[in-house]
Design a protein around this ligand. Sequence first.
Ligand code: BGP
Length: 472
Amino acid sequence: MSNDKYNLSFPPNFLWGAACSATQTEGASLEHGKGKNIWDYWYEINPEKFFNNIGPKDTSNFYSMYKEDIKRMKEIGFNSFRTSISWSRLIPDGRGEINQEAVNFYNDVFDEFINQDITPIICLFHFDMPLAMQNIGGWENREIVEAFAEYAEQCFSLFGHKIKYWTTFNEPIVPVECGYLYEFHYPCVIDMKRAVQVAYNTAIASAKAIEKYKSLKQDGKAGIILNLTPSYPRDNENPEDLKAANIADLLFNRSFLDPAVNGKYPEELISLIKENDLIPVISDGDENILLNNKVDFLGVNYYQPRRVKAPSKVWDSNKPLMPEAFFDYYQWPERKMNKYRGWEIYEKGIYDIAMNIKNNYGNIPWYVSENGMGVQEEERFINNEDIIEDDYRIEFIKEHLIWLHKGISEGSNCFGYHIWTFMDNWSWLNGYKNRYGFFRVDIENNFKRSIKKSGLWFKKVAESNSLEISAK
Ligand code: BGP
């Protein structure tokens, strides 16, 4: 062991910052002319489903605290930040009249980012379907695809002179899984055929939004944010395990990655969908819409890998078909866990993603758009100076950055790293259970923000554009 230290430098103009979403941070969810989205409604009818009965109404209060928050971002070295526009705030009924208060709010927020020299990356859809749109079928209804494209066009026209990085969706597979298979999102349907329709319509909606963006000839870029979850087989030599891992990859990663980046679905996925009678309704011209509207860049959210093995038994045909018909989950004996969130921590996954993008997706420009560690009851770690000493988070980020750096040094075209998240925020059904922020948010004390040790540490990384590590 030596005490020597050395620095890993990141490419010039590397983006350092964090991500959040409108519903999780804005608060004021029923005020200032905003329409309801599915979260407002679900909380209204089933508040008991939400951790400690905390709903989306007052999430972290960014709506009124954005100026100080953006200043705080600057203070810890951010040069970029991602959030989303709330569709139901901008267009309360999803289609039709625009809420001028929302236009003013987003204009002010974007101006503040620009004043602080922080590049805003703006997402159009982060799990928050306007209720009026869900009431007529949500993503199952092709009309919503058109409504989304119109909403996207409105956003580009209103804010395109300020925003140069747009993303159509955040993790579009999540509303598919959580809303139509596993009951973590409204409308809590369990139906794989409907799930496939939702996924398909979402992919078309993304391409149509990109088509609108291109037609406006603005001078920015349009991308998509995907949660890529590398699928690792139990045994690399076992063909059945390899097959299971490949199917998991097709269903959960390539179902959006391929249409977004390559403009078409993988043949293997099409066959799987056909063989299982899951073909969605397709409209004339869709193929060309996908082919002609590929993304300019990719955001990748990475938290955990997916480890699978061959299914141990044949799926009971009396049960509704689920993705688990094609694989069983597998616990790697050497796994390291974030026990609070129940997710495996596997830092090398970020390198595998970097290489996959380089080798199989034309080395498209991409950035890490979310990576982070949610921990419960962090007050345990408050020191005498009222700072949470979250060394576990520093360790988590550091180890991921080391692997990311290796991917970049081997030629992967990665242009940034964003943490989830800047300040503790509301995590859907989990409310404020697991905390992810560089700033603590005291929900019992007017949402008071206080810096954590990780925020101070990140400032050094971001400002020096490099990571100091000790030689082992
Ligand atoms: C991602 C989402 C975020 C965020 C994060 C942490 O999947 O894009 O919205 O919530 O995960 O997960 P969770 O809040 O479920 O702990």
